[in-house]
Design a protein around this ligand. Structure first.
Ligand SMILES: Cc1ncc(COP(=O)(O)O)c(C=O)c1O
Length: 381
């Protein structure tokens, strides 16, 4: 039998991702993901018959110590179904960090799907929310005063901007919430990264939440998909809501098979990501932080995992100019945030070093007045 030709974009493994620092969503699916697609089951997941998808759900449920999992198309879908499943009816509110994905980047889904008010707070330590931040934000009378929209769910994100919320803080917040009948959702799109950095296992973290959303298509590098986790009853309800928004999939193995490869190969087969590929991206992010700081640059946030947040303002270079300098050497940059995916190449790190040197050399050469002029000019470019 003549096999169909495999498109050349599957063969190069890293592909464009090698020089792409915009996001860890920019990975290229691998040949072993293609092989998994070629041998997956091709059954109907709306009828719950697709074994490749059911196996993935059971596997991740077991890794995280949860009763059940539900494969979903995206991290946004996982978060929104999780919140919809935990919330009953208005008036109700969700409390979260002001930088949370659920409020900043999910198209207002908490309002449209759950009709919830979102109350967001700023962490006093600048990195992650603490129990004190949360307890200060919840008024003692809000469950009984009809002027209030009571907080029914606290939604945490880990990692957030690449930074880890420590397990000890999560435990305290969870105990506080459970004593008050408040439920907890975790946007764990990048929880894998915290685990690989040694912060605790998936199950250690997940035990403190009622629903958890994990992404396969961020650092793990799958082309599509996330998973929502929780009790069997809650996942049954989430499956129902998923259907109502058009997220029921037919031959879902085609997308769940590469997601399984992403878990086994990129995260690794051990419970803490042993044997996986994420550690390398953390090392590269730390190398970039050191290069930048050694050259006199300042950081916006510390590097905990795979994100490196440069403070461009203090270097006197505009974002536009920084992006342009990157593109002149073939790097794709979108922000002062550099995200290191596991396919980012050594070549990318070397080219970034060159860009850093150029940016920070300009800083030393140039008077304050000149810097302001250049900044204004580059804004007009
Ligand atoms: C922390 C976090 N949660 C959720 C999402 C949503 O994922 P998706 O783009 O798959 O909807 C993202 C996307 O970048 C994210 O960074």
């Amino acid at each position: 039998m003549n096999r169909p030709k495999v498109s050349s974009s599957w063969i190069g493994a890293a592909g464009n991702a090698a020089l792409d620092l915009r996001s860890d969503t920019q990975t290229t699916p691998t040949p072993s993901m293609l092989a998994a697609i070629q041998s997956c089951s091709l059954l109907d997941d709306v009828f719950e018959e697709d074994t490749t998808t059911a196996d993935l759900e059971a596997h991740v449920a077991s890794l995280t110590g949860q009763e059940a999992g539900l494969f979903v198309l995206s991290g946004t879908m996982g978060n929104q179904l999780g919140l919809r499943t935990l919330l009953k009816q208005p008036p109700h509110s969700v409390l979260c960090d002001h930088r949370s994905h659920i409020i900043q980047y999910e198209a207002g889904g908490v309002a449209s799907l759950s009709q919830a008010l979102v109350r967001y707070i700023t962490p006093s330590n600048g990195v992650y929310l603490t129990l004190d931040d949360i307890s200060d934000a919840i008024l003692p009378w809000e469950n009984s005063d009809i002027h209030c929209s009571p907080i029914r769910v606290i939604s945490l994100e880990n990692t957030l901007n690449g930074m880890i919320m420590p397990l000890s803080e999560v435990k305290m917040i969870s105990e506080f919430a459970r004593e008050r009948g408040i439920l907890l959702h975790l946007d764990g799109a990048r929880l894998w990264e915290a685990v690989v950095a040694g912060a605790g296992s998936l199950a250690d973290y997940c035990q403190y939440f009622d629903t958890i959303s994990l992404c396969f298509s961020k650092g793990l590098g799958a082309p599509v998909g996330s998973i929502l986790l929780g009790t069997k009853e809650r996942m049954g309800h989430a499956r129902w809501v998923r259907k109502s928004i058009g997220g029921g999939l037919r031959q879902a193995g085609v997308v769940s098979a590469p997601a399984r490869v992403a878990v086994d190969e990129t995260f690794g087969k051990g419970p803490n990501g042993e044997g996986g590929l994420l550690r390398k991206s953390h090392e590269n992010a730390k190398r970039l932080e050191k290069l930048w700081v050694d050259l006199g640059g300042k950081m916006q946030y510390p590097v905990h995992t795979n994100m490196c947040w440069l403070d461009l303002n203090s270097s006197g270079v505009s974002l536009e100019r920084f992006i342009k300098m990157g593109s002149e050497v073939g790097l794709r940059i979108a922000d002062s945030r550099l995200v290191i995916n596991y396919q980012v190449s050594e070549e990318a790190i070397e080219r970034l070093q060159g860009v850093f040197e150029k940016v920070l050399a300009e800083k030393d050469d140039v008077s304050q007045e000149e810097k302001i002029n250049r900044y204004a000019a580059s804004k007009d470019e």
